[in-house]
Design a binder for this molecule. Structure first.
Ligand SMILES: *Cc1c(COP(=O)(O)O)cnc(C)c1O
Length: 424
């Protein structure tokens, strides 16, 4: 469910025409719907009404501080994976006590800032990381709250690049050695064991792998209890999928029901780290047709957004629905929708049936709210797109389009190179 709809043949975000926004910001532009974001958060939260979990929004899905802050205003915490995300979450008004810190490669500096911000817990992913957290905490005279991310060796049946809970993946500690890892953590003077963590992958459309993984991890929790290691927080990560095309995505209700069922009898506080399910269908990428052409039998629609703006099709062969911003009765053709970047992998769709649009007309790449702008880059020295948040009849630029000088910010030509033009 989202609030991108046609009215009188024209695509709106809530009560604002996509065309109006693009007229102001130019294209490409990411447009997010507040009403959709709020609704997704409410539905997700209400599904768990039986357990009252801490919902830590997974910042990497869409890290704009306006988005983090919207969820925070609704009661969410944050799941962060870097010092940069910590900075953003703090800027967005999230309390340290509502942050969990995941990721396999936390640096000493990042660990220090997280401790200074009094985060709820580190989800540690290796014994050496436990050493590092212990050392930094010792230096600050603090006890660091830790949980250990378990790799439960469960196949989440999603794209291999976003599968994280198999023992061939880099994530977490192999469940067979998890007890040893906890005993090791207990031996560290500056660590305080508070939880257990898992996250088996993203865009999961079936809850059963999550439940299987959870049961394995709960078996571990029971064993730890016998060893006198009490687990207060059970963090089960994120990963709930959405409908991009025709996937039957698991509904939050079913997901919540299955998890609450598995957790019965365990006196743990549940932590969730949803990302995509909250923001994915709450955003679109609006882009303009630059040119049309035909090479052999292939018909190309060349648009002004590229893989640097939205890399999911190139990276995961992901499907995104594409809609003309103004409905048209123009004849439909199988078309490749491609960007301006010098890579054949720069595409949004292959052989998609779309009306033959004119130059200057716009399309909307749908379901672009998660892992869209957040994975964008400056490849081909393209300025990253503007981001706009719509709220009813109002809209706000929440990130300006980058400028030429943003592109070279921080770069220097060393003095041994003779610069020829004085315009440089
Ligand atoms: C990416 C990630 C999430 C969010 O995943 P979604 O599929 O967007 O819900 C949650 N937890 C961790 C540890 C992650 O790496």
């Amino acid at each position: 469910m989202n609030f991108f709809n046609y009215r009188n043949g024209e695509l709106y975000c809530e009560d604002v025409k996509v065309r109006t926004i693009a007229g102001r910001t130019g294209t490409p532009v990411y447009i997010y719907s507040t009403r959709t974001l709020r609704r997704h958060y409410d539905v997700f939260k209400r599904a768990f009404a039986g357990t009252v979990p801490l919902i830590c929004y997974s910042v990497k899905a869409n890290p704009n501080i306006a988005i983090i802050s919207l969820f925070s205003s609704m009661g969410a915490g944050a799941d962060i994976v870097s010092g940069g995300e910590l900075f953003r979450a703090v800027r967005a008004g999230v309390e340290g006590r509502e942050m969990v810190y995941s990721g396999v490669g936390k640096t000493a500096g990042e660990i220090r800032s997280a401790l200074k911000n009094d985060i709820l817990m580190f989800n540690a992913e290796s014994l050496e990381e436990l050493d590092a957290v212990d050392a930094v905490a010792g230096g600050l005279g603090l006890k660091a709250p830790v949980s250990i991310r378990i790799n439960p060796d469960i196949d989440p049946r999603t794209h291999p690049y976003i599968s994280t809970g198999l023992k061939k993946n880099k994530f977490g500690i192999d469940i067979r050695y998890a007890r040893d890892a906890y005993v090791y953590a207990r031996s560290k003077p500056n660590l305080k064991i508070v939880g257990v963590d898992m996250h088996i992958g993203s865009q999961l459309t079936d809850v059963s792998p999550i439940v299987s993984a959870l049961r394995r991890v709960l078996g571990l929790v029971r064993g730890l209890g016998r060893d006198g290691i009490d687990i207060r927080y059970m963090d089960i990560g994120g990963g709930l999928g959405i409908t991009y095309k025709d996937e039957q995505a698991a509904q939050p209700d079913r997901y919540a029901g299955a998890i609450e069922g598995a957790l019965k009898g365990f006196g743990v506080k549940l932590i969730l780290e949803p990302g995509r399910v909250l923001v994915g269908n709450a955003g679109i990428l609006a882009t303009k047709v630059l040119y049309r052409k035909q090479n052999g039998t292939r018909r190309f629609m060349i648009v002004d957004a590229g893989m640097n703006d939205l890399i999911r099709p190139s990276l995961y062969d992901a499907y995104h629905e594409i809609l003309p911003v103004i409905e048209t009765s123009a004849r439909r053709f199988q078309q490749d929708v491609v960007g301006p970047i010098c890579e054949s992998g720069d595409f949004f769709a292959h052989r998609r049936s779309l009306p033959l649009l004119e130059r200057g007309q716009m399309i909307a790449v749908m379901s672009a709210g998660a892992y869209g702008f957040s994975m964008s880059s400056n490849y081909n020295s393209r300025k990253r797109a503007a981001e706009v948040l719509v709220d009813g009849e109002d809209y706000y630029v929440i990130r300006k389009r980058e400028t030429d000088s943003d592109l070279t910010r921080g770069e220097r030509i060393p003095s041994f190179i003779k610069v020829r033009s004085t315009d440089a």
